[in-house]
Design a binder for this molecule. Structure first.
Ligand code: GDP
Ligand code: MG
Length: 431
């Protein structure tokens, strides 16, 4: 598995004081091998590794960070960049004609319906065109999908000329005021010349604004040749990656993006018409690294300079420590956003505990109104003590109850984490 290999390579640098060229060389060798194991094309691997090398060596911050952090951050950033950086969308004009092309089974028909639904939700008026005459069932499939999402489907007839298709589509679009025409084309199991020639001629006849290549994320090594062939013969303007809900790591995206240089616009994440998302390069980079969004988190934590403030064990945790954690989390960004990134933790922590400036101020007031004993061991906080603290801090008993409950839950969570990892709550941020 790619993730395991990369992690190993990165772990090898953990605990060393400085990164040397020798270290970097060895790590990059591992990264290269790991990417190839994941079916990323050799050419792509070479280009990627080269970009990482340049970036890692150019880093000036090497002394202040551990080598593992530098390599992790650099690999992550380079992957994100290689995948396109930021999410992008096709340019929408007043009138739009888009082709969906790709191998049979890649998800063209499904994606056509998904795009129709997505843009319908944005106020567009789509028209689906079933131009796959290779398989009789293909047109029926699109007709059914169209009915389901309430988008009309124009069906191409067997043997219909390109000229006739173009005319009928134009007429229908004019009559019904359709401004986004999505043409579902035929695919084959493999690249084959007659199909490419036909697609090229259909394109010439209809002059689409976008030719979107639909790629199955499960396609490994093949993605490169498929993307290359479609781009050379038909001319691709953008990519859509399907079946990202499966366990594919996404090496196909890297290859296809590299060989075409075209943006990846969308990701398919389920079989259903709603299962389409904008493509987020950072998410796929994390996924290729097999680290979830913990990679993002690790960076955020590092940026906030929290390394030194890792708390003690659950047993020793005081309310003051807990308050400090809250203050730290606030510096990192919204509490819920952070929690959402931590696998399995979101549920374990107190729901509805807002960590904004105002809330933090109130929590600070609560802690300040406690005696040192109470801060150390909130179990002694009986009803009369809580009432006293509420009065002293200008808060309410309910607020204090909520705070204590959150503290107890966090403590319990830390305890369970310690069992697995021997680290405190903040330790999770660092893996
Ligand atoms: P086409 O031959 O390129 O038109 O491919 P289809 O649209 O018919 O899709 C082939 C199969 O893949 C169907 O069973 C779809 O339901 C499935 N499929 C397409 N996109 C996705 C996706 O994003 N996730 C999952 N899980 N299945 C998908
Ligand atoms: Mg189809």
């Amino acid at each position: 598995k790619l993730a395991g290999r990369l992690q190993e390579a990165i772990d090898r640098l953990r605990g060393r004081g400085r990164i040397t060229e020798e270290d970097l060389k060895a790590t990059l060798r591992e990264i290269r091998r790991a990417l190839m194991d994941a079916d990323v094309n050799l050419e792509v691997v070479r280009a990627f590794v080269e970009s990482v090398r340049e970036k890692a060596l150019g880093q000036k911050v090497l002394e202040s960070l551990t080598p593992a952090e530098v390599v992790l951050a650099t690999v992550y950033e380079a992957l994100k960049e290689a995948l396109g950086g930021e999410p992008r969308f096709p340019t929408l004009k007043n009138q739009n004609l888009w082709f969906l092309v790709g191998l049979q089974g890649s998800g063209k028909t499904t994606t056509a319906a998904k795009l129709a639904l997505f843009y319908k939700g944005k106020g567009r008026r789509p028209l689906l065109v079933a131009a796959d005459t290779q398989r009789p069932a293909a047109r029926e499939q699109l007709r059914i999908l169209g009915e389901k999402i309430g988008v009309p489907v124009l069906e191409v007839q067997d043997g219909e000329s390109f000229e006739s298709i173009r005319r009928r589509v134009e007429e229908r679009a004019r009559q019904e005021v359709r401004d986004l025409i999505l043409v579902d084309t035929a695919g084959r199991l493999q690249i084959d010349e007659p199909l490419m020639a036909e697609l090229a001629r259909l394109k010439e006849a209809m002059n689409p604004d976008e030719v979107l290549l639909v790629l199955d994320a499960m396609t490994g090594q093949e993605a490169l040749s498929v993307a290359k062939a479609f781009d050379e013969r038909v001319g691709v303007t953008g990519l859509i990656l399907t079946k990202l809900d499966g366990d594919a790591r996404g090496g196909a995206a890297l290859s296809a993006r590299h060989v075409t240089g075209k943006p990846i616009y969308f990701a398919g994440v389920s079989e259903r018409p709603e299962g389409l998302e904008p493509f987020y390069p950072d998410r796929l980079a994390s996924r290729i690294l097999g680290m979830g969004d913990v990679a993002t988190l690790a960076e955020k934590v590092r940026a906030a300079g929290l390394e030194a403030e890792t708390p003690k064990s659950a047993k020793e945790l005081t309310l003051e420590d807990f308050l400090k954690q809250m203050q730290n989390l606030k510096r990192l960004g919204s509490f819920s956003e952070i929690l959402a990134m931590l696998p399995g933790v979101g549920k374990a922590l107190p729901a509805g505990l807002q960590v904004d400036d105002k809330a933090i101020k109130r929590l600070e007031a609560i802690v300040l109104s406690m005696t040192p004993e109470e801060r150390k061991d909130p179990r002694i906080l009986n009803a009369s003590r809580r009432k006293r603290i509420a009065r002293g801090s200008g808060t309410s008993v309910q607020e204090i109850n909520r705070f204590i409950k959150a503290f107890e839950e966090t403590k319990a969570l830390m305890k369970s984490l310690e069992k697995n990892k021997g680290r405190g709550l903040m330790g999770m941020f660092r893996r």
